[in-house]
Ligand binder design. Structure first.
Ligand code: NCN
Ligand code: DMD
Length: 350
């Protein structure tokens, strides 16, 4: 694991969850009629250790970016430099994530986890780079275990610092041309699903590229002889720098009793890594949306998570996670603001 001692993730607070469950029954609605919003409210009470839970007002999208050596195998039609160019676009405010984050009042931070470019320092950019590109996982490890651990540690520290500065909801975002390949490999290795089931079209690849990508993932997964239950070893063999950072971010957020809305397949692969380190972390996760990438659904099922939104998105950046923010806020507000049968003088069912 990472270079510091784990504080450890606590289980969700059972007392607050019990109180929220009871309260849902007193509010002026037939029991269960707000469906999954009710479950989400109970989960938030457990995470924030309070009933009603606070309404998250300071969400942050953490767009973790990295470059990928496996691009040399022809797994994506886009050139590596698009990762750096999109970072410049994020910093200039022109990407989809800037628009959608603004829509829900979320701050965007870009993290250079290992991109082949130099960026001018700005308050929106956080740099944790140890190398400019991962090894080509078809033929070599992605990174050393020391680098994987260092990036996990950076993610944990970042979440802890931001939570202490008032961030009350984290959203995972990512940018990295080629990163659906390591995501699929990680998901296949942990869940046992075949390469053909987890491999998808990423940014939108043709049938020939899909066949090549599937073969690369199949080779990476089948040649892995290491521990399938240790995040560091898995990340070092077949991960991306952004996966390592997001793994730490998720662990750090849970340690700070702060929920995390997951975006797509990159976030889900990272959440699987975090869950290997701490099973309790899963209680802090909210699946924002169902990405088109097939590995995303396989990873979510393995984690036991059901996404809130399903709009056919496959962009990444954190876009799908932002769409779930109004639902998370709504779930907390219901518990805080609805009248009870008693207070509103509404007769309960006989
Ligand atoms: O979030 C997802 O599920 C997702 C699905 C497909 C593509 N992406 C994004 O597209 C890039 C990776 O796609 P690819 O085809 O180059 O592996 C990377 O920048 C991701 O953010 C993201
Ligand atoms: C243009 C572009 C934008 C992206 N955003 C996340 N992944 C991306 C991949 C591409 C190619």
């Amino acid at each position: 694991m990472s270079d510091e001692k784990l504080i450890g993730t606590s289980a969700l607070d059972a007392t607050s969850m019990q109180a929220a469950l009871l309260l849902q029954g007193y509010l002026t609605k037939p029991a269960g009629s707000l469906g999954r919003l009710e479950e989400l409210g109970v989960q938030l009470a457990g995470i924030y250790r309070s009933c009603p839970p606070p309404v998250p007002r300071r969400p942050m999208v953490v767009v973790a970016a990295g470059d990928h050596g496996v691009l040399a195998e022809g797994v994506s039609p886009w050139p590596q430099e698009v990762t750096a160019q999109m970072i410049a676009n994020f910093l200039a405010g022109g990407a989809a994530i800037n628009v959608l984050a603004d829509e829900v009042g979320a701050q965007v931070v870009v993290v250079d986890c290992g991109v082949r470019a130099v960026f001018e320092a700005t308050p929106m950019l956080h740099t944790v780079k140890r190398a400019e590109v991962t090894g080509n996982i078809y033929v070599e490890p992605a990174m050393s275990e020391a680098v994987a651990n260092a990036l996990i540690g950076e993610g944990r520290r970042f979440a802890s610092e931001q939570a202490s500065l008032g961030v009350d909801l984290f959203l995972t975002g990512d940018m990295g041309i080629g990163n659906t390949t390591p995501s699929a490999a990680l998901i296949a290795t942990v869940t046992g699903a075949s390469a053909s089931r987890v491999t998808g079209r990423g940014t939108g690849i043709d049938d020939r590229t899909l066949a090549k990508k599937t073969a690369v993932i199949e080779h990476v997964v089948s040649s892995y002889r290491g521990d399938r239950s240790g995040a560091t070893e898995l990340l070092s063999r077949m991960g991306g720098f952004e996966h390592a950072f997001l793994t730490g971010l998720i662990l750090g957020a849970a340690e700070a009793n702060t929920p995390v809305i997951l975006d797509g397949v990159i976030a889900i692969a990272s959440a699987l890594m975090a869950s290997l380190e701490s099973e309790a972390v899963v209680g802090y996760l909210i699946a924002g949306h169902r990405s088109v990438e097939p590995g995303a659904s396989i990873g979510l099922a393995h984690l036991g998570l059901e996404p809130l939104v399903d709009l056919g998105l496959r962009l990444g950046e954190g876009t799908g996670a932002t769409l779930a923010v109004p639902m998370v806020r709504a779930a907390a507000r219901v518990l805080a603001e609805m009248a009870t049968f008693d207070s509103a003088g509404v007769t309960e069912k006989s």
